[in-house]
Design a protein around this ligand. Structure first.
Ligand code: UDP
Length: 326
């Protein structure tokens, strides 16, 4: 669905890592954006660059309650804790935002006949026994394990989005997002790239969980946002994988971080968390075919592009610690 520049676009989870980049990209295209966030894991600092922008409004609210931001032409639903550490801490809240929150965001799209794009996840595939994962694979998810609060919230959201499409005719889209990294990834959220970058810059050991042979495929944030914007304008209603199909073991990823930072840090092995997927790699043939999209930024380059951000987050944390002591 073409988004008219005269209508506002609603982004839930606007103060998050992906939400803030999405708001910025939409503003750069000339749209007006209303960003909503309850700041449970999002940070106002992520929106600092947008604060002077007259076409951007921010509303602090929890989408688990019904909410209203006036007429909108498109809804991007990105609100959810997303790192394993965050959703372990906010288990019920993660399930609520994926159910009540998604419902309220969908009701807004339905009320205004707006387009709707939901941020889903490769976690829908669980610990997959199909490799690489394509969209027709139904997944291997533990429905009651520690990751279930996230996985099942996202799977429920997908079902609800499809129901609003099928029963209420809402023009919906589902993106299954694979591991993404870049500036604004929260340095303390426990994810692998943020942990390794911060550890390397501090000269601390890099904590590799398990034997480090589990794999992930890392997409740089600008590539991901490009894919999402293309999907939002397509006529595809079924899920589409967006991610970088270059697959790395976690040990290889640690070595890339050491190379980019020039750090002398050592590797320290720690226990593998329960239900940690052993392999993850997107099959992106559908995105290539339907959207003419593929990622452009390889891991080494993306880490180089992220380095100044991680350096400055550390410098800021140091300043805060020093001013807290004084
Ligand atoms: N991981 C690691 N060390 C860390 C953080 C994560 O070895 O300090 C591993 C984790 O066990 C998983 C992979 O890196 O196998 C990716 O973890 P992340 O939390 O970034 O996201 P996930 O893909 O599991 O959602």
């Amino acid at each position: 669905m073409e988004i008219s520049r005269t209508q506002s676009i609603l982004v839930t989870g606007a103060a998050g890592f992906l939400g803030s980049h999405l708001c910025q990209a939409l503003l750069a295209e000339g749209h007006s954006v209303v960003g909503v966030d309850n700041l449970s894991t999002g940070r106002m600092a992520n929106l600092a660059e947008l604060s002077g922008e007259s076409r951007f409004d921010f509303v602090e609210t929890d989408i688990c309650q019904p909410f209203d931001v006036g007429k909108v032409g498109y809804v991007f639903n990105f609100a959810s804790p997303a790192s394993p550490a965050d959703y372990a801490r906010l288990g019920p809240e993660t399930l609520y935002v994926g159910s009540y929150g998604t419902r309220h965001a969908l009701e807004i799209a339905r009320r205004h006949a707006a387009g709707f794009l939901h941020a889903s996840t490769s976690e829908c595939y669980g610990d997959p026994d199909v490799h690489p994962q394509n969209e027709s694979y139904w997944g291997r998810v533990n429905p009651i394990g520690p990751r279930s609060v996230y996985d099942e919230a996202k799977r429920f959201s997908e079902a609800l989005v499809m129901a609003f499409h099928r029963y209420h005719g809402v023009d919906t889209h589902l993106v299954r997002i694979f591991n993404t990294y870049g500036p604004r990834l929260q340095p303390t959220d426990g994810r692998v790239i943020s942990n390794f970058m911060i550890q390397a810059l501090l000269g601390e050991d890099l904590t590799v969980y398990g034997d480090g042979r589990q794999t992930r495929s890392f997409c740089f944030v600008s590539d991901l946002i490009d894919g999402i914007l293309r999907l939002s304008r397509s006529s595809e209603h079924l899920p589409v994988n967006i991610g970088n199909p270059e697959e790395w073991t976690i040990l290889e990823c640690a070595r890339e971080v050491l190379a980019v930072t020039g750090s002398q840090s050592k590797i320290r092995y720690e226990p593998l968390p329960q239900d940690d997927p052993m392999q993850r790699c997107p099959d992106i043939s559908k995105a290539k075919r339907l959207l003419g999209w593929e990622p452009k930024i390889a891991l080494r380059r993306g880490l180089e592009l992220s380095l100044p951000y991680f350096r400055s987050s550390l410098a800021q944390a140091g300043r805060h610690a020093r001013s807290g002591q004084s």
